[in-house]
Design a protein around this ligand. Structure first.
Ligand code: NAD
Ligand code: DAU
Length: 345
């Protein structure tokens, strides 16, 4: 009997990676090695329910460390690369580590992969590589890259290497470009878990600018289903947009959360905007849909599941919010909230 397939998942202790590992272990008889540095965003609590599974192994390590990457690559049949610094605001404060992980870390993984016998390298990029959509613009996979934040530029650098390595050495690369994910286990620096957990604590919801920027909210399980499909059936060398068509302004999102939790709209505060704030990300997912994928969660369903999870899992986020996070929150929002404008809806 052939040995079960082994997946090397990088960044699997973060938000999407942990949801993906849980999804794959439930669906397949695969083995999973999770290589994660455990930065502030990596959290072993995200995978408590699978840590005893004999098919799962956690390795603490950095994707920039070629010794550990080379060793694990020798055991892997396929790689799914989630490892990244993922928060745009932190990239504006301190871009260096974003370049290190997204650009150099991806290089190390690709070098090791081309010297091993992996059958697929699924790289998780982002819709932000296109820059923001203007007017009715909806990006397709052939649109040029115009990243507008240090985070997005670092992601573009990582992805571009994947294309070059595929062309030069024939490495079996597939690229995913997902929209904004929401769901369980998202670190509460990101807008939706931040708003939900603040609302649950009767704390203000800090909305950047006038709250009119638009994001397309993709439920994380729909994203995992798309990645599963790309891992097995994505065409080598191709990139695929993953978007759900759930576009809403940030103010709509904040109001929806407050309604779902029966909290007053007066918790909304308009604060100083993010520098270079992207107005809207909008993509067409027709190429992925042609492979048979469609999102199963519209905006309301995605929000209902997400809000309910944070309401029912206070211990998970209370632990995070009592640690390093407090210093981050004060630095990021202290001044802004002091100069904030109240909501007059
Ligand atoms: P996250 O910040 O929750 O998790 C990132 C994980 O990577 C953490 O566990 C962290 O410890 C790990 N990591 C960071 N640097 C590392 C390194 N040098 N070596 C090994 N591990 C390292 O991020 P997320 O939201 O789960 O995003 C996962 C991937 O998806 C990222 O590549 C991100 O750019 C991309 N993405 C995210 C979204 C989204 O909405 N969250 C949308 C599109 C694309
Ligand atoms: O689009 C995909 C990207 O989505 C991913 O590549 C990134 O890793 C991920 O972090 C996310 O980026 P965003 O910048 O869109 O997500 P964030 O949750 O930080 O912000 C969502 C929107 O909410 C954005 O318009 C900024 C706004 N915002 C954010 C925060 C943290 C606020 O108004 N107030 C806030 O406090």
């Amino acid at each position: 009997m052939a040995a079960p397939r082994t997946l090397l998942v990088t960044g699997g202790a973060g938000f999407i990676g942990s949801n993906f590992i849980r999804y794959m272990l439930a669906k397949y008889d695969y083995h999973v090695i999770n290589l994660d540095k455990l930065t502030y965003a990596g959290n072993l609590d995200n995978l408590r329910d699978v840590e005893g599974d004999p098919r799962y192994r956690f390795v603490r390590g950095d994707v920039c460390d070629s010794a550990v990457v080379t060793e694990l690559m020798a055991e892997a049949d396929a790689v799914i690369n989630f490892a990244a610094e993922s928060h745009v605001d932190r990239s504006i404060e301190d871009p260096g580590v974003f370049i290190q992980t997204q650009v150099y870390g991806t290089f190390v993984l690709l070098e090791a992969a081309r010297n091993a016998s992996i059958d697929r390298f699924l790289h998780i990029s982002t819709d932000e590589v296109y820059g923001h959509s203007l007017g009715d613009q909806r990006f397709t996979e052939d649109d040029p890259f115009k990243p507008r934040s240090p985070y997005a530029a670092a992601k573009a650098g990582g992805e571009l290497q994947c294309h070059a390595i595929k062309e030069t050495y024939g490495l079996p690369i597939v690229i995913a470009r997902p929209a904004n994910n929401i769901g369980p286990y998202q670190y509460p620096e990101k807008a939706i878990p931040l708003f939900v957990t603040n609302a649950l604590d009767d704390e203000p919801l800090p909305l950047y600018g006038e709250g009119l920027q638009v994001r397309d909210r993709l439920y994380v399980d729909d994203h995992c289903a798309a990645l599963d499909l790309l891992l097995h059936e994505g065409e080598i060398g191709e990139a695929y947009n993953i978007s759900a068509g759930n576009e809403r302004t940030n103010i709509d999102v904040a109001e929806t959360i407050l309604e779902m939790l029966e909290k007053p709209k007066s918790l909304i505060r308009f604060v100083e905007d993010r520098p270079g704030h992207d107005q809207r990300y909008a993509m067409s997912s027709k190429k992925l849909e042609a492979l048979g994928w469609s999102p199963q969660h519209d905006f309301e369903a995605a929000m209902e599941k997400t809000v309910a999870w944070y309401r029912d899992n206070r211990d998970w986020w209370k632990k995070i919010k009592s640690g390093e996070y407090r210093e981050y929150y004060e630095r990021m929002y202290g001044q802004r909230l002091a100069g904030s404008k109240p909501f007059k809806g």
